[in-house]
Ligand binder design. Sequence first.
Ligand code: ATR
Length: 280
Amino acid sequence: MKDRYAVIGNPVEHSKSPWIHARFAVQTGEPVEYGRMLGPLGGFEPEVRRFIASGGRGLNVTVPFKLEAHALADSLSPRAAAAGAVNTLAFGPDGVRGDNTDGVGLVRDIEVNLGVSLKGARILLLGAGGAARGVVLPIFERAPAALTIVNRTAAKADQLVDQFAPNAAEAGVRFSGGSAASVEGGAYDVIVNATAGSLDAALPECDDSAFGPATLAYDMMYGAQPTVFMQHASRLGARAADGLGMLVEQAAESFFVWRGVRPDGGAVLRELRQSLAAKA
Ligand code: ATR
C-alpha cells in the first residue's frame, strides 16, 4: 500500500506536480502515490476533509486555494505564517499542518541549480502580492546585503517593508521598498519578478539601470518561450531564468516535509526542461 498525496487547485489539469512527484518517488524509492484533485470553488474544505477521511497523507495547494489552506490548518510552520499562505498540507495525529515551500524553492533554484549565491547580494524583488510575501523570509535566511521591494502600488511594498522590518534587522539585511522611481539605482545582483505581470505579457516597471551583465533576472513564471520579463532582461545584457526550477524545488521541499527524504530536484528539472523544449 502506497501513501497517498495530491495537488488540489482550480484549474488543476495542467499541473506538473503529479509528474514531478512520481519522479521523486522513483528516485527515492518512497512508497508514494500522487494524484490531482479539482477543488470546487467555494468547496475547498469539504474536499480536503474527504481526502483526509479516505486516508490521504498530504496535499499541495495551488491557485486559488492557498489562503483557504492557510485558514484551514490547525498549525503553521513559521514560514507559512509569515507568507500568509499555505502550499503544503500534511495530515498527522496532531491534525492539519500548513507549510509553505515556495520561498525555499526559489532560493534553492537560484543558489543550487543556477549557482548564484545570495550571500552578500543586492536583491530587487518586483511585486508585493502573495508570491512576493512568501519569499521574503527565505531570502533573508541566505544573508544578502540588501533587499529592495518595488511594486506598481507602492503602498503595498511599504506594507511588506513594515511587516518584515524586524526580521531584516535581525538578519542584518538592508531592507527598503516603494515605487520603481523611488528606490536605489544601479545594477542589482539578482532581480526576481514576483508580479503576476507575465501572465498577461506585461512588463513590471523597473529602471533599465537595474540590469547589468552580472545580474540574474529571475521570473517566477515559466512557459515554452521566455517571458517578456526574461526577453527584456536579456536585451539589457542580463542573464535570464524562468521559474520552472522553483516549481521543481518547491515540490522537492514538500516531499521532504512529508517524507523526511530530500529528492534531487536538479535531475528532475533537467528532464522537465527537455520535455518542455520538445513541446515548444
Ligand atoms: P500573487 O499571489 O501571484 O502574488 P497577487 O497577490 O494578486 O498575486 O499580487 C499580484 C502582484 O503582481 C502585485 O504586486 C501586483 O501589483 P499591484 O499590487 O500594483 O496590483 C502585480 N502586478 C499584477 N499585474 C501587474 C502588471 N501588469 N504590472 C506590474 N505589476 C503587476
